[in-house]
Design a protein around this ligand. Structure first.
Ligand code: OAD
Length: 237
């Protein structure tokens, strides 16, 4: 096992499941009762902005009813104690990593608690209901806010920074993601290409499970704290 200094961690909906946030791909193939293409595409927003705004307003309101679980807290502890570099990339639009205390954190698919104004292009912290067409906190214009969320067909945020981190990491860890959505699903192959060790922790094997050197199957709330304790005491994955 080589010396590990730089860690990149990718998380998906599975890490928030034990906090009570629904994953995207339930057994019925629906996300909280909706087809993804009805609520998570620019076309859906153009067709029925009210439906899309209400859908994300509900998800945003739900944040007040959930709390970080042991897996979020363990990753924040790892960041605080790890002597090398660490970058946490989440596909999740909830704020549970932020509330757990992670700071070296990047929301590649955007955030429920951020509003993007299509009039002034500004982004502002947001906790209310966009379906009520509130004014943009920056330009004061009404009716131009949309969820600051990356929808299908749109470019994930901070890809240059992510790609650089993947070339430099010694260990890539994927937690609670089905590996169904690119580019995130391809990060394991990039990291391996540049020489990283790779570890997956998920309830069941992801679509790209065979790309990982090591897979641990189970609940994130149990696997992640155990792994963090392990790596902090031995420096090994
Ligand atoms: P998915 O819903 O596709 O996958 C969640 C994964 O977490 C599944 O493989 C589950 O088996 C696993 N899982 C569930 N409970 C778990 C637990 N307690 N512990 C560990 N693993 C558990 O969610 P994502 O992979 O995050 O994109 O989805 C990726 C992207 O697709 C999302 O960011 C979103 C979505 O469409 C956009 O909105 C752009």
């Amino acid at each position: 096992m080589k010396d590990i200094q730089n860690i990149v961690i990718l998380t998906g909906a599975g890490i928030s499941a034990e906090s009570g946030v629904a994953t995207f791909r339930g057994p019925d193939g629906l996300w909280e009762g909706h087809r993804v293409e009805d609520v998570a595409t620019p076309e859906a927003f153009a067709r029925d902005s009210d439906l899309v705004q209400k859908f994300y307003d509900e998800r945003r309101a739900q944040l007040a009813t959930v709390a970080p679980n042991a897996a979020h807290l363990a990753l924040a502890e790892l960041e605080a104690k790890w002597p090398g570099d660490l970058l946490l990339i989440t596909q999740n639009v909830d704020d549970l990593h932020d509330r757990a205390g992670s700071q070296k954190l990047l929301h590649m698919h955007g955030e429920l608690s951020s509003a993007w104004c299509l009039a002034c292009d500004g982004r502002s912290p947001f906790t209310g209901q966009m379906a009520l067409d509130p004014a943009c906190p920056q330009c004061d214009q009404f009716g131009h806010l949309r969820p600051d969320i990356v929808w299908f067909g749109e470019m994930p945020y901070q890809m240059e920074r992510i790609e650089l981190a993947l070339t430099q990491c010694d260990l890539f860890v994927s937690i609670g993601t089905s590996g169904a959505v690119y580019p995130a699903a391809g990060f394991v192959q990039s990291a391996r290409h540049y020489g990283a060790e790779t570890l997956e922790m998920n309830l069941d094997p992801s679509e790209g499970s065979f790309h990982f050197h090591q897979s641990r199957m189970g609940r994130a709330g149990e696997l992640v704290p155990a792994w963090v304790e392990e790596i902090l005491s031995h420096g090994l994955c």
